[in-house]
Design a protein around this ligand. Structure first.
Ligand code: HEM
Ligand SMILES: [Ca+2]
Ligand SMILES: [Ca+2]
Length: 348
């Protein structure tokens, strides 16, 4: 067993200077001249959505994660799917864009709508300036804060992608049944460490999961026909009420955090220590000797969690940010712009 790895510090990620542009070219004042009110404009939309449709918060936070982990934070996740009623049966069999894949198919529409609303509001005030990737990063930040989490500054300057390819998704995103080895590998491939893995998993302090992601733990853990011994028996019982082994609703969801499902706090880590993790991948963070000390550390101190989360969000938000060449900038006014266009993927 390897020694536990250190948590990322604010200095290693979030505490970068205002003036010096970083390697990836993101900066806090990127829109200072071209759209000084961008944060306020996005903030008005997210605040309204948080009131009218609170589930938008976790949905957008997850969208940001799924965007950054596949081809970097470039809004590739937002490009509209080709499947569904519109594209017909033939296309349904053939995943084309990222959203068509199994991993992304259950991302709720209201999350996409929220980003689109924020982008539309920004376009009205500063047309042709702010990218979808930056709007998504800002909206995710807003929802963390609205749910009681930390407020942090977001660096901006991400370019949007011209393409979204289903084939890039497989293997890039962590899965509910991933082992810690697999989680560490997926995160390492994005330049993120064990500390980032544990801190960012704390996002599961809000939001919901569909039964399919953990039903095996309730009835037939690794072929034993018994529930997962590392899930509290009362939680097994409670989750079974929502999630029957067979014949349940594919739409049924349960909260990740049994104690404070709507509050962005550090209860997630206490839950893991009490065997109240819903996903196998969550619970595994406490069972593995490499990540357990980090779980304990963040569970013991909310301020410590907030600091680690902010630092790791900054890193996640900087994954493979694209640098546009002068004169070659690509800009969209609608984040799901691909919908009615046919794009020859082989030509790109
Ligand atoms: C560490 C590996 C991770 C795994 C295995 C994982 C897996 C999952 C799964 C299976 C769901 C349930 C989706 C559904 O049933 O609709 C989910 C939801 C969610 N994930 Fe993760 N996730 C991970 C990391 C992250 C990260 C890094 C973030 C953001 C920083 C994040 C934010 C969320 C949020 C907020 C939800 C709730 C979405 C909602 O309620 O609409 N997750 N995740
Ligand atoms: Ca992306
Ligand atoms: Ca919580």
């Amino acid at each position: 067993r390897e020694a536990p790895l250190p948590l990322p510090t604010a200095r290693s990620a979030a505490g970068t200077s205002r003036r010096a542009p970083e390697r990836h070219g993101l900066s806090l004042d990127f829109y200072a001249k071209t759209c000084p009110a961008v944060e306020q404009i996005v903030g008005n939309v997210t605040a309204e959505r948080f009131r009218d449709r609170p589930a938008s918060g976790p949905a957008v936070l997850r969208l940001f994660h799924h965007d950054c982990f596949v081809e970097g934070c470039d809004a590739s996740i937002l490009i509209a799917p080709t499947t569904g009623a519109k594209a017909g049966e033939a296309a349904a069999a053939r995943a084309v864009v990222e959203r068509d894949t199994e991993e992304n198919r259950n991302l709720p529409q209201y999350g996409f709508d929220t980003v689109e609303m924020a982008k539309a509001a920004v376009e009205r005030k500063c047309p042709g300036v702010v990218t979808c990737a930056d709007v998504l990063a800002l909206a995710a930040r807003d929802f963390v804060h609205l749910a009681g989490g930390p407020h942090y500054e977001v660096k901006k300057g991400r370019k949007d992608s011209k393409v979204s390819l289903a084939g890039k998704v497989r293997g890039s995103l962590p899965r509910a049944n991933s082992t810690v080895d697999e989680l560490l590998r997926v995160f390492a491939a994005k330049g993120l460490g064990a500390g980032d893995l544990v801190a960012l998993s704390g996002a599961h302090t809000i939001g919901f999961a569909h039964c399919a992601h953990f039903v095996g733990r309730l009835y037939d853990f690794r072929g034993t026909r018994r529930p997962d011994p590392f899930m509290d028996a009362r939680l097994v019982k409670a989750l079974r009420m929502t999630c029957p082994y067979t014949g349940g609703s594919a739409r049924a969801v349960v909260p990740f955090d049994v104690s404070t499902p709507f509050q962005f706090d550090h209860a997630y880590y206490d839950n893991l220590q009490a065997r109240l993790g819903v996903l196998g991948s969550d619970q595994a963070l406490f069972l593995d000797a490499r990540t357990r000390p980090l779980v304990q550390e963040l569970g013991a101190d909310k301020a410590r969690f907030f600091k680690a989360f902010v630092a790791s969000m900054d890193r996640m938000g900087s994954i493979r940010v694209k640098k546009g060449k002068k004169g070659e900038d690509f800009f969209v006014t609608l984040c799901h712009w691909l919908e009615d266009q046919s794009l020859d993927h082989d030509a790109i």
